[in-house]
Ligand binder design. Sequence first.
Ligand code: NAP
Length: 343
Amino acid sequence: MAAPTNRAAWLRELNMPLEVGPAEMGKPGPNEVLIKNRAVAMNPVDWMMQYGTFPAGPLPRILGNDVAGDIVEVGEGVTQFAKGQRVLAHCIGLATNESKYGAFQEYAVVPTVGCCVIPDGMKYEDACVLPLAISTASIGLFHEERMGLTTPMDPMEKSQPEEAILVWGGSSSVGSAAIQLAVATKYRVVTTASPRNFDLCRKLGASEVFDHTSPGIVGDLTAGLQKWACRGAFDAIATRDTQLNAAQVLAELGGGGMAVVLAPIKELPATVEARGIYAVSILQQDEALGKAIYRDFLPRALEQGLIKPAPPSDVVEHGVEHIQVAVDKLRAGVSGSKVVVTL
Ligand SMILES: NC(=O)c1ccc[n+]([C@@H]2O[C@H](COP(=O)([O-])OP(=O)(O)OC[C@H]3O[C@@H](n4cnc5c(N)ncnc54)[C@H](OP(=O)(O)O)[C@@H]3O)[C@@H](O)[C@H]2O)c1
């Protein structure tokens, strides 16, 4: 039988369409596995890198952060995973600038620390919406220098939820993951979304959802959170306005820590300590947290339905040829959905 070959959607030049062409078959190193990708999800940083609003690093390169697929080879020292397992994984091409680690190809190498077996009944196109959002939300919620919440490893040991957090942007990918992780850890979540996404946020476990376009949003959120002890805020959108509004809510409640998915702005109230997030750190500098989430918590949480793939996947097409269309669809804007290509 002929050896399998690999094809990728290459970014060769900024502002130019991704080009489909051959790519080397990646070789997994120690603590890495090679995945036959079955579905990939789009993220804002993909189009930002393609169109020059986030540093793209050396070109040509293969973009993409989110995959689900089958393990076809394991690297040296890998005992936790085996060939043939169905997994989701957070790809690290963004951090390494090495093409074998990008998601937008038929086979990708991923570190085992960001890899998790998915339940038998879960489709690849659903599973792939999770990894980058889970990593981002985990750093923001649980890292001691961000919100520093109790981690979800033993959520049943916590008593009834009396503490709450604010998640700004609950219908976004990162916001959906933040709601679910916080709820799984027994925190109450008060969140924002457009009214069409209220049900999505409630199904993910949010206690209260408010319309972020309402002029009274700061007062609504403050009143909503006042019922519990507020443990901080997670801004999953991080425009200037969302940061100012989320920080204002926290300040009204006495101040606290705020995790922000982009760089924190300078002009926030003095009682609010805002910190940025770098998701890939969960697979590198903060590997202990990565293991706690991807190895100790997520497999069981997926099995038990504590964490569900969300927001729902919007499968654009099948094949690496269609990744450009999918990137552009996300760039045009989405509401409560994740753009996905099956492979
Ligand atoms: N730091 C990191 O490592 C890291 C990692 C991943 C992502 N990010 C960043 O995190 C941000 C979110 O990424 P994502 O993939 O989660 O985005 P996304 O799913 O594409 O976001 C779309 C959602 O944003 C919501 N939204 C837009 N403006 C809003 C506002 N003013 N208030 C509340 N919700 C608003 C929309 O909600 P409605 O339709 O309900 O209005 C929509 O559902 C991006 O800037 C991304 O670059 C950072």
